[in-house]
Design a protein around this ligand. Sequence first.
Ligand SMILES: [Ca+2]
Ligand SMILES: [Ca+2]
Ligand SMILES: [Ca+2]
Length: 869
Amino acid sequence: MFVLVLVAMTMRGQGDLRLNDREYFERQGVNVLVFSNSFNGGFNDEKNSGIEIIHHGVRTVQGGAVRLNNTPEQWDLVPTMTSRKVNKDNQSIEVAMRYDDYDFDSRVVVTAKGKAVEIAVWLDKPVPEKLAGEAGFNIEFLPSQYWLKTFTMDGRLGRLPRYATSQTITRPNSEKPRQFKGFKTYDDRGTDRFIDPMPLEIGHSITLATDAPERMIRVSSDDAELKLYDGRMLAQNGWFVLRSVLPKGKTGKVVTWTVEPYAVPGWIREPNIGFSQVGYIPEQPKVAVIELDKQDQPLGTASLMRILPDGTTEEAYKGNIQTWGPYFKYNYVKFDFSSVRQPGVYYIQYGKTRTNDFLIDEHVYDKITDATTDVWVPIHMNHMYVNEGYRTWHGEPFKEGYLQAPPTDHFDLHHQGETTDTKYKPYELIPGLNIGGFFDAGDFDIETGSNINVVQNFIRTWELFKPQRDETFVSQKQRYVDLHRPDGVPDILQFIEHGTLNLVAQAEQIGHMASTLSNSILDNYHHLGDAASITDGLHYDPSLKPYEVSADGKRSGTPDDMWAFTTRSPQLDLRAATMFAAANHALKGYNDDLAQRALTQSKRLMKEATELIAQRSASKNQQMDDDFSWLDGFESRNMGAKPDKKRQKLIERSRKNREELGDMATNLQLYAATQEKQYLDNFEKQIWDALELNLAFEMQTALDAVPYMDETYKQKLRPYVEKYNDYIKGFDQNNPYGVPIGLGNWAGVNMVLNFGIAVNYAHIYFPDIVSKDEVYRVANWLYGCHPYHNYSFVAVVGAARPKAVFYGNNRADFSFIPGNVAPGLLFRKPDHFENYDDWPFLWGQNEGTIAGNTQYVIFGSSLKNIVTK
Ligand SMILES: [Ca+2]
Ligand SMILES: [Ca+2]
Ligand SMILES: [Ca+2]
């Protein structure tokens, strides 16, 4: 038996695709994943699911599934995976998927066949009549890795286009498969027809990237026609699509493909040397983390090379490589060159791999917040015209204001409940909301929760560090912002004012906080371009025909006005109350009128929300807490084992205290604003339980209180900070990079930034417990010491190699807005980290948000403060 097995093993080709322990097909250079990541439906097609191929380290293929469109867009229907069976004996994975909207089931079986996989689609019942000719098996290829590459289809040569310029037809809307919740991604301009792309090529055997071995892949089918499409014809974030339409009236094995990704013989992934692209100050720890292919043999040493002023180089330091070990799919080693302190220009040489150069210098962190505050933030100011030199970033958006949302569902995870909770009728204009506020990064709505965070983040920066920087002209009267034009007012104060203006208007006009001020129609939600052209600036008048304008030029029949989603959430009101109290404090002496309005709303909302929370059932509160935790990126909050009895008691007491006394962070801010001692007492009655319950999460609030408290408080906090220091150091064992790494569908820079800010504050107030060396952990990670590549996640001044593309509102230009902070590394199950730097469109890895980027301002300001001391 043993001999037979041995023979069988040797007969199986060296380097054939085989199912591994993580349930995907693997050979060196090729991973074929079959629904390790399934379509989750949140934002529908996120280009992250189905059958995926990681080809020589890059995820170049995804979306393998039965789909209902030639080139599916986001918001086209995605299948639900109803079962997934891994069969090691057959070397196959079978996935069943279903479209509930059409009562349509199918199965896909992927089987290893030598260096290829066979993909077969099985039907137990024929394709439903309504989908005949529409349902097909698709896979999608990453445009930025395939454009300008050659291909052959049945021997005919071609080159994949850099630009979307293939042919299309239009068809009646009645033939279009339903989109997500019945929304429409397109404005058909009254034609009642949708656009359908035509194939670039049709045949039975295609080889893509014949000129690039690392991307070369062959797909053939005897029983079905292969059609190649360009998904960018409908949407800038589309991919190249290869598909076979499922035959009508047939059951059984209806489509069979053979897919063979080419593997470069002897290929080993190039080491990824993670280091800070911003550089290092002389005294700080300097440790590069080197990510290695598991087939790679670690070297014994690496060198730090110095570039001399005459252009020659010398070896500044040679040191041993230390092993960290495996983490997910790669192996990690470290190179510590902390002993090098001489200012200069350096690079790291590890075997044949040489990094780009970086600085060691006293001043490397001096400008780390400038691009964010001078450029990124002002560009995201809503309801303003924003100019920079010769360029207009956007005109004044949403001049027609916001209408009361009717009870409705939404495409950006908002919904308006049964009642509006306001005095306004559905579609009625709510006056005064088109003022202030910040765009939600990749889209142009006002997410109230994020805007609250923005104002709070600026206030924290202002109160602690008082940055006087003035590089921005802001005129609320002219509704005009001009970059790089000082106007005598510190920019941070103007940003606090701008955010507060919108939020106070919400509280005053609506009576409580709106969950969001957002698009009413999907076809302008995905807008890319000038924000001022999203709506027509005219009030919607349903008595006019679509696209018709009234004689006085003030109203139109185009239903494009934005909506206010007003379902009342006392939790959100509480958060607003906290922020308003702080805003009062910050704005006093600069804009006294706004400061007073903020305080009035703070006290009212605090009282009403606390009463409302007490009224509503505990289970409902929990539900809402969960809803908001997603927005904040605080998923970790709800993680952990089922609480024991003692913990359960603590939770009960905390909830009761919160109901009676109000949120503790709110109380702290109210104290800061009013100096009324009762707020401080309310805070102190809650903070210790909170620290017992969730030290990592609550440490920041505890530290925020230090400036207002006496020495006794600080002494009582000491043991918690000691525990927190253990928590910080624990990350050295958790992963090679020493920071919390998120594994969610959003890459989680918020979590890393929260951690970084808390560490910085802990060091500022307790330098004898949390040492200065700890404050560089998050800086290193952000500026390039992380998996996948070593580019700075922040488009920061000083970085030698910042990321080149972000999911900002200019993403269709494959560009970015200076100062942006990417979420970072997107984790794809079961073991792949990713951050595309040639493809901006995946929000989970490349979208900088207003909350995250202003958190970064606090982080950067506190780091600068520590370093320059
Ligand atoms: Ca949004
Ligand atoms: Ca200014
Ligand atoms: Ca309008």
